[in-house]
Design a protein around this ligand. Structure first.
Ligand SMILES: Cc1cc2nc3c(=O)[nH]c(=O)nc-3n(C[C@H](O)[C@H](O)[C@H](O)COP(=O)(O)OP(=O)(O)OC[C@H]3O[C@@H](n4cnc5c(N)ncnc54)[C@H](O)[C@@H]3O)c2cc1C
Length: 192
């Protein structure tokens, strides 16, 4: 299980600190105040912050909760968003999925006019889409759960492992978006 600390605010970047449970305990984060924790992280990431301040915004440490439901509804009660399934934040799709759930549910109600019919239609339309993204999110979550094992990889291999962790980015896509990175990676792989 890994632990995550988040700081975010309007017009600033979100800064996520992720570590495994052993590191979290060893550093003593569990017994530190919020301010102490913030200052400690600011020291660790001083090079990355390049003189910028690390701010706290109710940035409590937390563990990601994996949640899924076999059944999406019961009588006239239906689950949407994170209540239906958690999507690991690393793929950045939880809000989109929650909003798309709400839109799909609205459309299903409009189209069928009955609660039972609407919920069935909603699930039939949404399940394949949701399951595909949830599977990608689960792979990304697994990557994060074991990222400490990859910390010894050379930087290019680590970056490749990270970029392809969820299985949503193919080599062809990488070639399009990061040709320079890919050619460096290939050159390095050829010399190994
Ligand atoms: C660190 C992090 C980064 C993320 N980054 C992204 C991103 O880049 N892109 C993205 O799309 N998604 C991202 N997400 C995921 C996204 O935040 C969630 O998937 C999304 O907020 C889910 O929306 P929701 O309405 O289902 O649930 P929530 O936003 O959790 O809303 C549920 C609401 O219900 C309230 N509530 C809970 N219990 C009760 C109760 N008993 N009575 C009344 N109210 C209650 C809560 O207070 C909350 O306001 C991120 C998540 C995290 C943790």
């Amino acid at each position: 299980m890994s632990r995550t600390r988040i700081a975010s605010a309007h017009e600033r970047s979100t800064f996520i600190v992720e570590c495994d449970l052993g590191t979290w305990h060893q550093a003593g984060f569990g017994t530190m105040s919020d301010e102490h924790s913030r200052a400690y992280c600011a020291r660790i990431f001083a090079d990355d912050l390049r003189g910028h301040e690390l701010r706290s915004n109710k940035s409590a440490w937390g563990s990601f909760n994996v949640l899924s439901n076999q059944r999406w509804s019961h009588r006239n009660v239906v689950l949407v968003g994170d209540a239906l399934r958690s999507v690991h934040f690393s793929i950045g799709s939880g809000t989109r999925l929650a909003l798309e759930d709400a839109i799909a549910l609205h459309r299903a109600v409009e189209a069928t006019g009955t609660a039972g019919g609407a919920l069935e239609t909603f699930e039939r339309m949404r399940r394949p889409i949701v399951e595909k993204i949830a599977a990608a999110a689960a792979r990304s979550y697994e990557w994060y759960e074991h990222f400490h094992e990859r910390m010894t990889l050379p930087p290019l291999e680590f970056a490749m492992s990270y970029a392809t962790r969820s299985g949503r980015i193919s080599r062809a896509q990488l070639e399009q978006v990061s040709p320079h990175f890919l050619s460096r990676y290939d050159r390095r792989a050829a010399t190994r």
